[in-house]
Design a protein around this ligand. Structure first.
Ligand SMILES: *Cc1c(COP(=O)(O)O)cnc(C)c1O
Length: 361
């Protein structure tokens, strides 16, 4: 069965020209949601392929040729009352601006991008393309619940010589995602000697080019039966940095929660920031500092990675230099589970949103 990306009909498009941003929502070709479900596979695919294209985008440009582009991952969650809420879109919009400026592009105003994202979610909801709240999700604390994944990204103007983008597009598309949890999948991770981000480089920017090495390393890890690859620092190969596209936390024997401190080789995750807030609120001591692989192999009792797509995902073991260290009994630990379910509970609106993270569309 062919898999075609199922992009929602409304797409947000902004373009920078002569000192100003102009934006609009595009309504791509679509039928009603129900009618689309009834199309033959071939007809549905051809509709979805068309929907994932915008006329006028140049083939040859600084993004397609040199990876000079950045993006965001934002999620919206169906609520029990039938509404849809977006998790911390203000943070994503601000980080998008920072990333764009890090790539020497004119940064889009965070307020403008946030409004574009919210408007596109609202319109896609209005035409019935977003998932509906299902109380069956409560039974397993929303581990398998559906959500909307929103992907704003930049796209550069035509160019083939080495250059920066001075007149970029910012486009935002969305698609439904179902939280899936592969039953019985072993959550083993391997510590790689490859390097994700270099000192003085672009590791702190959510740029396309940062993903090349992690994608290659993760593929190789999966081939060897691991779910995730863990990167060490680029200079000493001693301190933990990140997973392949997510931040990482360790609960130590002394009860403290440790996550690598931010710097130019670590992506400032919004889930990371949220988990730090939640853990502190639970009375846990959180340390943002360097943590070595040796300390992890000796002291860690729980390990989890965080990201918009991953949420809070526990890792059962690390394999480093051929030796496997199992954390706890290999299953999700107590604090990891508490943080995972608290975050999901806030996102799906069954727990109080006491930090005002959820934005109603
Ligand atoms: C996006 C990303 C994360 C997670 O950030 P969130 O804001 O939590 O989604 C972590 N590490 C890398 C390298 C990333 O690109």
């Amino acid at each position: 069965m062919a898999f075609t990306l199922s992009v929602h009909p409304f797409i947000y498009v902004a373009k920078y020209n002569n000192g100003t941003w102009e934006d609009k929502l595009l309504e791509q070709e679509h039928l009603s949601f129900e009618q689309e479900q009834q199309l033959s596979e071939a007809d549905k695919n051809s509709l979805l392929i068309k929907r994932n294209q915008i006329k006028g985008l140049p083939l040859v440009n600084f993004t397609t040729q040199y990876g000079l582009g950045c993006f965001e991952g934002v999620k919206a969650y169906p609520q029990k009352d039938g509404s849809i809420k977006v998790f911390r879109p203000d943070e994503n919009a601000q980080r998008m601006k920072n990333s764009m400026e890090g790539l020497l592009m004119p940064g889009i105003s965070p307020e403008m991008l946030q409004k574009g994202v919210m408007d596109s979610v609202r319109e896609n909801d209005r035409i019935g393309f977003l998932p509906k709240y299902n109380s069956a999700w409560e039974a397993n604390n929303f581990i398998t619940a559906d959500a909307v994944y929103i992907r704003p990204f930049t796209y550069a103007e035509p160019g083939i010589g080495l250059g920066i983008s001075v007149s970029p597009w910012v486009i935002s598309v969305s698609t439904n995602v179902s939280g899936y949890f592969k039953e019985g999948m072993k959550s083993r991770a391997i510590v790689t000697d490859k390097v994700r981000a270099t000192t003085g480089g672009t590791g702190w920017i959510k740029t396309a080019s940062n993903y090349v090495v992690p994608i290659l390393v993760k593929k190789a890890a999966e081939k060897d039966g691991f779910m995730e690859a863990i990167f060490l620092d680029p200079d000493e190969h001693k301190f933990i940095e990140e997973g392949s596209s997510c931040n990482i936390f360790f609960r130590l024997k002394n009860g403290n929660l440790v996550t690598p401190q931010l710097g130019d080789t670590i992506l400032p995750g919004i889930t990371r920031k949220s988990v730090i807030t939640l853990a502190k609120d639970m009375g846990v001591t959180v340390e943002e500092r360097k943590i070595s692989i040796d300390e992890v192999m000796l002291e860690a009792e729980e390990v989890f990675v965080t990201g918009t797509a991953a949420g809070v995902t526990h890792l059962g073991s690390f394999t480093y230099k051929g030796k496997e260290k199992v954390f706890g009994n290999g299953n999700i630990g107590e604090l990891s589970y508490k943080l995972q379910t608290t975050l999901k509970g806030i996102q799906y609106g069954v727990l109080e949103d006491k930090f005002n993270w959820m934005f109603k569309i």
